[in-house]
Design a protein around this ligand. Structure first.
Ligand SMILES: [Zn+2]
Length: 408
């Protein structure tokens, strides 16, 4: 029986719902995400795929014998806090649907095909995105990841044991990387490019350069009633000025439609209504078309933030938590995908993906399924059933194309 992508998503529709934020909170190695992992293993095994969990917590479902020249497809199962139903699971479900459609019609792949579910793509629990693919490629050392700590004080090393992962084995997976001939990730679009073009499916051209910085504004904690305005050193006021500066500066840089700056997370300390905070931690997310553009944008925002700190008698400390250069997907693979799909649109994306990490090692491509509102990382993220099926069908054609070529 052919698996339908919409039915597959319905099967997991009740797993990890977030009663407070709405949508889903499916964080790596927590019960909901573990349940999704079991669902993926069970569904893959039901198709006759051989399921394997690698030493970095990524799950692979192999069609046919494993070996060199493997065509990999897939995405991730975890979500941001209060995320949508499609970011991640759509790619995994579309991959299972594609394999099952090809099996059903009796297609025999000329090379190994595998469906991947990468671990901790969003970075929601341990703060760093694409941990599974970064571990696999060695972009992050195993020891560094093992020592990461979540908000409850649990280390990655402790957490990964929940899915039977031995933290001692974390790290670059040379053998697996060498076996992959291509990786194609289907993902719900996280913008309105396809809605604007009135097309259901696109091929990705590139991922914007992207970094995260931690900004710590320190001032003087004091009494909200007893401290005169002119005597204050209020880090919340400094931070607020920095937020507005980031917005103003990025908007002025937006000529190429790709400059983005966001402060979406703030932690005032101690965080009392009648207390002037002593410190605020803020996280700045900056993206741009190219590295120089992104760095220039960052420098401008940081200089405005330092000025804001000074103006309010505070200090500012900045730490780079992550930075990923612009990723240009494999041009040859991109062209073949566009050809096979009859000339679909080609779009850049501002969102990071495991495909962006793997692209450094393996010819990599992405497909996007239309998102009618462009909203993502939100309970309101959506895609129509018809478009989900069109995406799965496109992925089916891509697997047919790539897996038909004999290994060289
Ligand atoms: Zn995603």
């Amino acid at each position: 029986m052919t698996l339908d992508v919409v039915t597959l998503l319905t099967e997991i529709a009740d797993i990890g719902r977030d009663p407070v934020r709405g949508g889903y909170s499916r964080h790596v190695y927590e019960p909901a995400e573990l349940e999704l992992r079991e669902w993926f293993r069970r569904t893959s095994a039901g198709l006759g795929l051989e399921v394997e969990t690698d030493r970095n917590g990524n799950i692979w479902a192999h069609w046919g014998p494993r070996g060199d020249g493997t065509i990999a497809i897939g995405s991730h199962l975890d979500s941001v806090p209060g995320g949508g139903a499609y970011d991640g699971p759509l790619g995994v479900a579309s991959s299972l649907a594609a394999v099952s459609a090809l099996m059903e019609e009796g297609f025999v792949p000329a090379r190994p095909v595998t469906v991947a579910a990468f671990g901790e793509e969003e970075g929601s629990r341990f703060g760093i995105a694409c941990l599974g693919s970064k571990l696999m490629t060695g972009a992050l050392p195993g020891a560094k990841v093992a020592a990461l700590v979540d908000e409850a004080g649990v280390t990655y090393a402790e957490a990964c044991r929940a899915d039977g992962i031995d933290p001692a084995g974390l790290g670059r997976d040379e053998e697996r990387l060498a076996s992959l001939a291509a990786f194609v990730e289907l993902h719900v679009e996280q913008g309105i490019g396809l809605a604007d073009l009135e097309a259901p499916v696109a091929v990705a051209s590139s991922i914007l350069a992207h970094g995260r910085w931690r900004l710590v504004f320190s001032g003087e904690g004091n009494h909200a009633g007893a401290t005169r305005m002119r005597d204050r050193r209020d880090p919340v006021a400094a931070m607020a000025a920095a937020v507005l500066a980031a917005q103003r500066i990025a908007s002025a840089h937006d000529g190429a439609d790709s400059a983005r700056a966001t402060i979406g997370r703030l932690v005032p300390i101690p965080g009392g209504t009648n207390v002037i905070a002593s410190r605020v931690d803020a996280w700045l997310d900056v993206r741009g078309d190219t590295d120089p553009q992104t760095r220039a944008l960052l420098e401008e925002i940081l200089s405005a933030s330092h000025a804001a700190a000074q103006e309010h008698g505070c200090t500012l400390e900045v730490t780079e938590e992550s930075y990923v250069s612009t990723v240009n997907f494999d041009p040859d693979l991109q062209q073949r995908l566009v050809g096979a799909l009859g000339g679909v649109p080609v779009l850049a994306t501002g969102a990071g993906h495991d495909a962006g990490i793997l692209a450094a090692e393996v010819p990599t491509a992405m497909l996007f399924t239309r998102n009618p509102t462009g909203v993502s990382h939100s309970p309101y993220e959506t895609a129509t059933d018809e478009d989900c099926r069109a995406g799965a069908k496109a992925l089916t054609e891509i697997v047919r194309l790539l897996a038909s070529e004999p290994r060289r």
